[in-house]
Design a protein around this ligand. Structure first.
Ligand code: NAG
Length: 515
């Protein structure tokens, strides 16, 4: 009796379905790790045990979080791809696919070579209830799901795009669905549509002919032996690529567009934002509280390093900011002397808390998805200066939605910014659009963090959520395109022609004979 009294509460706690979840965010970029940290925060809060493969491990973590430190991946040359001078001098082609594939494959190899990752895979007693992997062009990490025999969830850090939806079995129409690297937003002109079709086909063909073999090679050689050690045969790469239970997308209609997605795609955009805004540091709070004419916040994110900023640009920007009546907070990693009175430079800035302040009137940003999401969350209009990757697309979308202006990064950036600042602050339509979108963003039945936990638990509790998979998976490509019907129609047509010809011929033969 006593025993059961003691055991019961324990059972009540554990039967709470505390699952063991593997979360993999391997890319050495601050924004990727913020997205990974968001999963960890919500899952830990929900009482689950999380194993987290990350290049940025934290100190003082709760007991149910096991971090696997892969900081060695940050030695890979991601930063050289975001060199500001190369962008300014227009020397950089950031749309070159093979560069990105090579880079991500290299990072993947480093991760798989990490001793702690190897130990985890090599231990036949190690199990997980579900595996969550950030998807970035490569599908190799489907192997974790194969080795552990656990359902797979892809985390997509951007808007839903053809490449990720294809993994869920859906072919979307490229005439109005932007490609992952697209820098324009529908509705598309003729040229845009052709470009979109071309970009998407190019990525597909490139992957099919050039990269699939390389990915399969890594998948087979790395995961094969671990599966064998568990007495299991490794399922084929082609099968596992398409075997994810869900895609959890860092997207929302208020931020992007109403793309047609399969049932196995769930939007959880905004989950990385803390439910409660952290208070500002005292000095910053004072600066913002006393800004009568409002505050402009300027931050180019974490990938673009200030030290790369050419001096002349810094001087021009400072001079321009100094001439404004508003207070300017500039997130910049170095200390600048002789600042104008209204300009404050911060080496580190609590972005969400700054955006949440009622006196904040404008956000000048590189246009990273997290920043544009936060702008919508806190209903702030933006000026986007895109530099890299999806920033062009995010800014293009924000401009089209009507709460943003775009400024190109050039040696003229200070003058162009001055014009844009003036327009956005004098025309109230930008702020009111930001408010309208923010309403749509917040008007959801549950918060994105709750939804994240819900869907991950749903996958575990339904053993892979097979009911959410599209029936498209059961049909071959020629069946989907009705090519078998086309063949049948063609065959009937040929047969009819043939029969008619015989009839006609025998008739004319008969006529000849009678004559
Ligand atoms: C594909 O995923 C489902 C659900 O997680 C799982 O039951 C199945 O075994 C997986 N297929 C393979 C070949 O591993």
């Amino acid at each position: 009796m006593l025993k059961s009294v003691l055991i019961l509460p324990v059972l009540a706690l554990c039967a709470c379905e505390a699952y063991k979840i593997l979360v993999i965010f391997q890319l050495p970029g601050k924004s990727h790790s913020i997205l990974g940290d968001g999963y960890v925060r919500h899952l830990i809060k929900a009482g689950h045990e999380v194993w987290y493969i990350t290049p940025y491990p934290k100190k003082d973590v709760p007991a149910n979080l096991h971090q696997i430190d892969i900081s060695e991946v940050s030695a890979s040359p991601l930063e050289s791809l975001t060199n500001i001078n190369a962008v300014l001098d227009k020397e950089q082609d950031l749309t070159d696919e093979s560069k990105f594939f090579d880079l991500f494959l290299n990072i993947t190899r480093i991760t798989l070579n990490n001793q702690h990752v190897k130990n985890m895979l090599d231990d036949p007693n190690q199990t997980f209830d579900v595996v969550v992997v950030e998807w970035m062009l490569l599908d190799i990490f489907a192997g974790f799901s194969a080795v552990f025999g656990a359902p797979l969830i892809w985390s997509s850090s951007v808007e839903p795009h053809p490449a990720i939806l294809e993994l869920m079995g859906e072919e979307v129409n490229t005439a109005y669905t932007p490609d992952i690297r697209s820098s324009s937003a529908p509705p598309y002109s003729f040229v845009d549509r052709v470009h979109s079709l071309f970009m998407n086909s190019a990525l597909k063909l490139f992957k099919f002919f050039y990269y699939t073999e390389a990915e399969k090679g890594v998948y087979d050689t790395v995961f094969g032996p671990y599966a064998a050690k568990r007495g299991r045969e490794l399922p084929s790469y082609y099968e596992m690529r398409f075997n994810a239970s869900l895609v959890l997308g860092n997207s929302h209609v208020s931020l992007g567009q109403a793309t047609t997605v399969p049932q196995s795609y769930k939007s959880i955009g905004g989950y990385h934002i803390d439910d409660e805004v952290a208070p500002l540091p005292k000095d910053l709070q004072k600066i913002m509280d006393s800004a009568k004419d409002g505050v402009i916040f300027f931050s180019m994110g974490s990938t673009l390093k200030s030290e790369q900023f050419p001096n002349i640009l810094k001087q021009n920007l400072l001079q321009m900011f100094g001439g404004l009546k508003q207070t300017v907070i500039w997130k910049f990693e170095e200390v600048i002397k002789d600042l104008p009175k209204n300009v404050h430079v911060l080496q580190w800035a609590p972005q969400q808390s700054i955006l949440a302040h009622p006196n904040l009137i404008l956000f000048i940003t590189h246009g990273g998805l997290l920043s544009t999401t936060e702008a919508t969350h806190f209903s702030v209009p933006i000026i986007g200066i895109p530099v890299f990757g999806d920033q062009y697309a995010n800014v293009a979308r924000a401009v089209k939605k009507g709460f943003a202006k775009k400024v190109d990064l050039s040696y003229n950036v200070a003058e162009d910014l001055a014009v844009a600042i003036d327009e956005i602050l004098t025309d109230p339509k930008y702020k009111s659009k930001a408010k309208e979108l923010s309403f749509i963003y917040h008007h959801r039945p549950v918060s994105p963090g709750k939804e994240l936990v819900h869907w991950i638990e749903h996958v575990v509790e339904t053993r892979g959520a097979l009911h959410l998979r599209t029936p498209a998976f059961h049909h071959a490509w020629y069946q989907k395109m009705y090519l078998d019907l086309a063949a049948l129609v063609l065959l009937c047509f040929v047969t009819v022609c043939f029969i008619l010809r015989i009839i006609f011929k025998s008739k004319s033969d008969l006529n000849k004979k009678n004559n």
